[in-house]
Design a protein around this ligand. Structure first.
Ligand code: SF4
Length: 330
C-alpha cells in the first residue's frame, strides 16, 4: 500500500523526501557560526529559554572558534566515517539564532558555506523574531539556485507555556512569520518540544490541529530533555507535578496518536532528541541523583537509547495498530 507521500513508511519521512528530491542521501553538517540570540544578549532578555544549553544540543565536531570552512571540512569527515556513501551535504546553521546579524554578515557566511564542494544547500535555524522581509528576499534569491530551508523554533502552540519557558515571543508571531516565509516561496521547517511544563498529554495532542494549519514543509519534534544546570532543571525540581514526563513506551504511544491527527503533507524530520549523558541531570536519569563527579549516567528514564531505536519502536507500533500519519486529519 502506498500512502499519499508515495512510499510504504507510515509517516511522511524526511529521509524519503531527501532521497526523492536529491536522488540520494543529503547529510547535514552542523556549523556554529558564532551567532548569539536576542534572548541572551539583552535585547529581549539575558537568561535565555529555560531549557537552553546549546552545548548539549550541538555535535562535538563544531566550534565557533574555528573558521567556517574548517568546521564544514571536519563535519564532512565525521559523516564520511559513518555514512560512506554521503557525497552531498547541507550546511546546517544550528546553534543560537542564525539570522540574527545584519544582512551583509549573513551573505558572507551563507555564501562561504555554499561555495564548499559538495554542499547543495543550507538549513538555517532561527527564532521567529530574528527575520524580516529583506532577509527572506535574499534567502529566496539563494533558493533559486540552492536548497534553502529556514527552521523556526516554535516549541509550543500555547502562549502560557512560551511565557513559562521564557521564550519572549508568542505563538501568533511564529504563525505570522511561517506564513510570510511560505508566501515568499521558501521551504519552512519548525521545531516543537513535547513535555513542557504546564502541558498535559491532551493539550499536546490538541496542538496537532494548530500545527497542521501551518504551511510547513517539515517539522522536528523532541521530547523535553532537562539539561543539568538549566533553569528548567530548577523548575522541575520545584514543581515536578507540572511536568508530563513521558516513559519511552508512553512517548511512542503518544507520537502515534499525534501523527494520526497531523496533516499528511508535513514531512517529519525527527520524533525525539538525544543529549550526551554528561548533560543529563537527575530528571533524565529516572529520578536518581547524579553522584558527585560522575560524568556518565547509569541507565534510567529512557536510558541511552539511540534515535534509530526510538524510530523503530514508533514504526512498529504504527504497524501493529495499522495506522498512519493523517489517518484522523480533517
Ligand atoms: S532562542 Fe534558542 S539560543 Fe536563544 S535562548 Fe532560546 S533556545 Fe537558546
Amino acid at each position: 500500500m502506498h500512502f499519499p507521500w508515495g512510499h510504504n513508511r507510515r509517516f511522511n519521512s524526511y529521509t524519503e523526501y531527501v532521497r526523492r528530491t536529491f536522488g540520494g542521501r543529503m547529510q547535514k553538517v552542523v556549523v556554529d557560526a558564532g551567532f548569539t540570540c536576542p534572548n541572551r544578549d539583552g535585547s529581549k532578555g539575558t537568561g535565555g529559554c529555560t531549557y537552553c544549553d546549546n552545548n548539549a544540543f550541538n555535535p562535538s565536531y563544531c566550534s565557533p572558534a574555528e573558521p567556517l570552512h574548517t568546521q564544514i571540512e571536519k563535519g564532512i569527515l565525521f559523516h564520511h566515517v559513518r555514512y560512506r556513501r554521503a557525497t552531498k551535504f547541507l550546511v546546517y546553521f544550528q546553534p543560537y539564532s542564525n539570522t540574527y546579524a545584519p544582512l551583509p554578515k549573513l551573505r558572507e557566511l551563507y555564501e562561504e558555506a555554499l561555495r564548499y564542494p559538495g554542499v547543495g544547500g543550507l538549513v538555517i535555524g532561527t527564532r521567529p523574531d530574528c527575520i524580516d522581509d529583506e532577509k527572506l528576499s535574499y534567502l529566496w534569491e539563494l533558493a533559486t539556485r540552492w536548497h534553502i530551508q529556514i527552521e523556526y523554533g516554535v516549541e509550543s502552540v500555547y502562549d502560557q507555556t512560551l511565557d513559562r519557558i521564557n521564550r519572549k515571543h508568542d505563538f501568533s508571531l511564529s504563525r505570522e512569520v511561517i506564513l510570510r516565509t511560505h508566501e515568499l516561496g521558501l521551504r519552512t521547517g519548525a521545531h516543537f518540544i513535547f513535555g513542557l511544563p504546564g502541558e498535559s498529554e491532551e493539550m499536546m495532542l490538541a496542538s496537532a490541529a494548530r500545527i497542521s494549519e501551518l504551511p510547513l514543509g517539515s517539522v522536528k519534534f523532541h521530547q523535553l530533555q532537562i539539561v543539568k544546570g538549566t533553569a528548567m532543571e530548577a523548575d522541575f525540581r520545584n514543581h515536578p507535578a507540572d511536568f508530563h514526563r513521558f516513559t519511552l513506551e508512553g512517548y511512542v504511544r503518544f507520537i502515534v496518536r499525534f501523527l494520526e491527527r497531523l496533516n499528511p503533507n508535513i514531512v517529519i524530520e525527527r520524533f525525539s532528541g538525544e543529549i550526551p549523558p554528561r548533560f543529563m541531570g537527575m530528571a533524565e536519569k529516572g529520578g536518581s541523583p547524579v553522584p558527585e563527579g560522575q560524568q556518565e549516567s547509569p541507565p534510567g528514564g529512557w536510558g541511552l537509547i539511540r534515535y534509530d531505536a526510538v524510530l523503530r519502536l514508533i514504526e512498529s507500533e504504527m504497524e501493529r495498530q495499522d495506522t498512519w500519519q493523517g489517518k484522523f486529519y480533517t
